[in-house]
Design a binder for this molecule. Sequence first.
Ligand code: AMP
Ligand code: FE
Ligand code: FE
Ligand code: ZN
Length: 283
Amino acid sequence: MRFVDLHLHSHFSDGTYRPEELAAQAQRLELAAISLTDHDSVEGCAATGRACEAAGVEFIPGTELTAEQDGDELHLLGYFVDTENPTLLTQIAKFQAVRQNRIREMVARLNGLRVPLSADAVFALANCRAPGRPHVARALVAAGLCGTQDEAFERFLKKNRPAWVPKFKMGGPEAIALIHQAGGVAVLAHPGLNRTDALIPGLVGAGLDGIECYHTKHTPGTVTHYLELAERFHLLATGGSDCHGLNRGKPLMGTVKVPYEHVERLRARAAEIRSAALPHAAA
Ligand code: AMP
Ligand code: FE
Ligand code: FE
Ligand code: ZN
């Protein structure tokens, strides 16, 4: 059986791996295919694609967009997106600007709490266009202001904690449309984490193509639940580890077993989306 990992982050967002490291790990783990799904970024896809080609691993360009619906945060994965699509790149640049401003606001709140972190320290550590809370957490640890990243989230950064700053987010249907117009397949990420089942019918109405059934933080029961939902709504099932680098000394990459057949279905759906977008497709 051949397996794939369709949810990975690199240093172009809040992961730590370089494209070459992702490809080397994929080869070492004998994965048939991987996708890079950085938050609000497609910047690492070209280099990861090249490194995967050299390593004999199939590569699927991807991204993970943050959206919001009825006050709940949703993550939408876009697979097979055209990473040079102008509308996608324009919107991603806006989300990245929002992220950078939010870092400054979070640091200002920390400073108000007499936590002497500088925004420059966070930007230097993040060294990417899509900085996020994990970078603030790592900077707090690096400066000796928190013992661990978990502590940083618990004390300051989790939703409704004192340094948490809400982030502007597009709606779910808008994210799905943005992925589709870039030729991508729209998949709801880790629904078991966001507890957003009630939103799924509406997202399906907006064109959602799939749900991420297999995920590091999904229990076997959760996986079964989402496989059933996928079948009920005629959605594709996907999955991945959501690896951000080393986790307690080991990478999560490859630990979630996703059969290769899901990639074939994703690819077929991407072809349908692209042919539907062509003006003479129906002729
Ligand atoms: P942001 O996009 O800046 O809101 O940050 C969200 C990211 O932070 C997620 O994708 C996770 O990688 C990470 N994260 C969220 N909650 C926690 C937590 N409680 N502990 C550690 N990391 C977290
Ligand atoms: Fe993340
Ligand atoms: Fe996510
Ligand atoms: Zn992720």
